[in-house]
Design a protein around this ligand. Structure first.
Ligand SMILES: Nc1ncnc2c1ncn2[C@@H]1O[C@H](COP(=O)(O)OP(=O)(O)O)[C@@H](O)[C@H]1O
Ligand SMILES: [Mg+2]
Length: 318
């Protein structure tokens, strides 16, 4: 097949995306495909347009906005170029932590208690005090995140009102919608979902060296320990895998996703988010979990490629 690997982009996660894209391109070549690596810049639309006629499929390795959030997927739909992974709606829904949590909760998947604020609340002239609702409904410690960002960017933990206000301002640098959640102390677990007929990979436990799994812990080798399969009783692991598969389905994801969880000290599990384009460097979590299931990096890439299609239903006009 002729495959265009879309990578880079203009999101905050550009560097990670380049790493994912290069690893995927290499694997695709090993699998015998003809590959073009496309570093998506400001003129992304023209770049995609240029692929028409050459590419059989686009393999999307973009993380974050303008790539993981349905925008590029929409452009590819308009162009008629089949692409890997989730469609427009699922991508966009999963990108928003607040919207996806509502969709997950409506299917009975437990999520942390939280509230959603708009950046305008930081504008004191409106009269609303941003901490009031947080203190009333959540208390401290709480965690503050931009709604549509990844890699823990703009995310901080607050133990008092001062830290909350600083955290809101920090998050507001990344998005106009801000999510504040109860802070769940406990273990961090993640489950990859793979395949056109989606199935869960073994549960992976992340043991970061910082209080939260932040940018440094995610991308600096040696900062985090990874346990796969996670040391959990079999029934607990199975129920996490089932919950991850329900989350993947609840948002309408396709091809691949990775569902992040926290388990509190009492063993209660909360779903934090669903990533529709999880990292694909050789050190990333989905490839690691796949390896524990006996799948090579090439196997994972080949299964994701098999998900390439146009996802919006087309019915020709009479
Ligand atoms: N409610 C929470 N309680 C405790 N830790 C959290 C909570 N939400 C997020 N975290 C920590 O922050 C990290 C990033 O949050 P997450 O929601 O997965 O966003 P993203 O990975 O897209 O930045 C998590 O991996 C976890 O370490
Ligand atoms: Mg995450």
């Amino acid at each position: 097949m002729k495959v265009a690997v879309l990578m880079g982009g203009i999101s905050m996660e550009r560097e990670i995306s380049l790493r994912s894209g290069r690893a995927v391109a290499k694997a695709l070549r090993n699998l015998g495909h003809e590959v073009k690596e496309v570093d998506m810049g400001e003129d992304a639309l023209l770049q995609i347009y240029g692929l028409k006629g050459w590419a059989d499929a686009a393999f999307i390795c973009l993380h974050g906005r303008w790539g993981e959030d349905g925008t590029v997927q929409g452009a590819l739909e308009l162009l008629g170029l089949p692409y890997t992974g989730s469609g427009v709606l699922a991508s966009s829904l999963a990108m928003s932590k607040s919207a996806s949590k509502e969709a997950l909760a409506s299917k009975g998947i437990p999520v942390p208690r939280g509230i959603t604020l708009h950046r305008t609340i930081l504008d004191m002239e409106l009269g609303a005090e941003p901490w009031e609702e947080v203190e009333l409904r959540l208390g401290y410690p709480c965690i503050i995140k931009p709604d549509r960002e990844g890699s823990t960017l703009g995310t901080t933990v607050a133990s008092n009102r001062d830290e909350l206000l600083k955290g809101l301002e920090e998050a507001a640098e990344y998005d106009e919608i801000i999510v504040v959640e109860e802070f769940i102390r406990g273990r961090e677990l993640t489950v990859g979902i793979l395949g056109v007929r989606p199935r869960p990979l073994p549960v992976l436990e992340v043991v970061p060296s910082h209080a939260i799994y932040d940018y440094q812990c995610k991308y600096t080798p040696g900062r985090t320990r990874y346990l796969v399969p996670a040391p959990l009783p079999e029934d607990v692991a199975t129920s996490l895998q089932e919950m991850a598969l329900s989350a993947h389905r609840a948002l309408g994801c396709e091809g691949v996703s990775r569902v992040d969880f926290m388990m509190d000290e009492a063993g209660k599990v909360y779903c934090l988010e669903v990533n529709t384009i999880p990292g694909m460097t050789e050190l990333s979590l989905v490839p690691k979990a796949a390896e524990a299931a006996g799948l090579s990096f090439e196997d994972v890439v080949s299964e994701i490629l098999a998900s390439a299609r146009l996802k919006l239903f087309r019915r020709k006009p009479e």
